[in-house]
Design a protein around this ligand. Structure first.
Ligand SMILES: *[C@@H]1O[C@H](CO)[C@@H](O)[C@H](O)[C@H]1NC(C)=O
Ligand SMILES: *[C@@H]1O[C@H](CO)[C@@H](O)[C@H](O)[C@H]1NC(C)=O
Ligand SMILES: *[C@@H]1O[C@H](CO)[C@@H](O)[C@H](O)[C@H]1NC(C)=O
Ligand SMILES: *[C@@H]1O[C@H](CO)[C@@H](O)[C@H](O)[C@H]1NC(C)=O
Ligand SMILES: *[C@@H]1O[C@H](CO)[C@@H](O)[C@H](O)[C@H]1NC(C)=O
Length: 365
């Protein structure tokens, strides 16, 4: 028996005892935990970033108003590691979450849990009883935090190899988050995933209090280290959003948010700057350019949403919950020795006022 098994025995016991008093909420009560509205990722590493980024989102929300505001904030919490005896939320995560809750129109703050399934988060190496025990321990810790309304998992790759064990974890964690013996108030479970990977099994495991956060960036790259053109980006996004709509409709749950590159990603960027010689650059394309909308990424992405979700792309609701803003990040996105800019969403001139007028809307306008 490996050392993990000894550590986990306690969790397994709690799991067995837990079943008797479990009260999983019916779908109509659990569904209220799912946030509706635009979201954003924030990978906070310092108090200074908490203050600065809070100010930026406050400025945006004040300008945008309640309908187009960024309502859901995902704050980095921890990396999933199967050797941990018990998860730790992170002190800065809770400080940030508490602080961000007072931003106007923010309704939900969730914790980001990252994990590499092919590495330290390899759920395949555990028995299914242990996978469930892990889900129980995560649920206990995150339900206990009054600063957090849910969890966004980024467990990669969600591929055939890891699917079964990942779904066992997701199903169990989501159930726990809507079980009133674990969570006094239900919390949401979001799962970050590629557009072609989000399948009915995933939506079903996420359940009524869950949804997929679909990557609407890094869909394709012309050549390692080089930018996708906005036109090809638009073509690829269109094909992929159609796939998402079709597969989401095969689950009775099937809700999703779409992440878009408001700041540089690996394949969508304005400039790549050599990390060893800043004079060496790879030119890309603007995330937004008021004078050349069709040659910039975000206007093209909004055009795709308009085309696929209808003029009603402006109306946030089922199955579309809004866009997720990539991203407020501490670290640079670096590909092949080049760091990508713009680093933050509002580093692009005019982006804030453009978003305030065109982001998907909570009600039709
Ligand atoms: C629950 O939260 C309280 C107060 O923040 C803390 O003291 C306690 O250790 C937490 N319990 C668990 C199981 O995380
Ligand atoms: C998939 O996971 C379940 C536990 O949820 C387990 O009972 C089953 O044996 C697994 N199937 C495969 C093919 O590994
Ligand atoms: C949990 O839900 C069950 C069924 O809806 C209900 O009977 C019970 O009172 C609830 N418990 C708490 C602590 O809210
Ligand atoms: C817009 O960008 C494209 C591609 O770079 C360029 O060919 C075109 O001249 C630009 N249009 C304007 C009005 O700047
Ligand atoms: C959405 O599409 C309609 C036509 O279907 C068009 O009139 C409208 O301007 C478009 N809105 C945006 C923001 O692209």
């Amino acid at each position: 028996m490996d050392p993990n098994a000894v550590k986990l025995r306690g969790f397994t016991l709690a799991l067995v005892l837990g079943i008797a008093s479990s009260a999983i909420l019916p779908d109509n009560l659990a569904v209220v935990a799912t946030p509706k509205g635009n979201g954003a990722w924030l990978y906070v590493e310092t108090q200074q970033q908490i203050d600065l980024w809070k100010q930026q989102i406050t400025n945006y929300n004040t300008l945008a108003g309640p309908q187009r505001a960024i309502r859901v904030l995902y704050v980095y919490s921890m990396d999933f590691d199967i050797t941990y005896q018990s998860p730790v939320i992170g002190k800065l995560t809770e400080i940030a979450a508490k602080s961000f809750r007072s931003i106007p129109y923010v309704t939900h703050v969730g914790a980001i849990i990252d994990g590499i399934l092919s590495g330290s988060a390899n759920l395949n190496s555990l028995t299914s009883a242990k996978v469930k025990a892990f889900a129980d321990s995560y649920a206990r810790v995150y339900c206990n935090s009054s600063a957090l309304d849910g969890i966004q998992l980024d467990l990669e790759p969600y591929s055939a190899t890891y699917k079964n064990s990942t779904l066992t974890f997701v199903r169990r964690l989501s159930q726990n988050l809507r079980d009133n013996s674990t969570c006094a108030k239900p919390k949401f479970l979001a799962f970050f995933v590629g557009p072609r990977q989000a399948d009915a099994d995933l939506y079903d495991a996420l359940g009524p209090n869950g949804y997929a956060v679909i990557s609407g960036y890094d869909l394709d790259s012309p050549k390692a280290g080089y930018p996708e053109t906005p036109k090809t980006y638009q073509t690829n996004l269109l094909t992929n959003v159609k796939v998402v709509l079709t597969s989401a409709a095969t689950s009775k749950y099937g809700k999703f948010s779409i992440g878009l590159p408001f700041a540089a990603s690996a394949c969508e960027f304005q400039t790549g700057i050599s990390t060893t010689n800043p004079a060496k650059t790879i030119p890309g394309y603007p995330m937004y350019d008021a004078n050349n909308l069709t040659n910039s990424y975000i206007p093209n992405a909004f055009a795709v949403l308009n085309q696929t979700l209808g003029a009603g792309y402006e109306k946030v609701g089922n199955p579309f919950l809004g866009v997720s803003v990539w991203a407020w990040v501490s670290r640079d996105v670096v590909v092949s020795g080049y760091r990508h800019v713009p680093k933050l969403p509002f580093d692009t001139s005019g982006m804030m006022s453009y978003m305030a007028k065109t982001m998907p809307c909570k009600n039709t306008v």
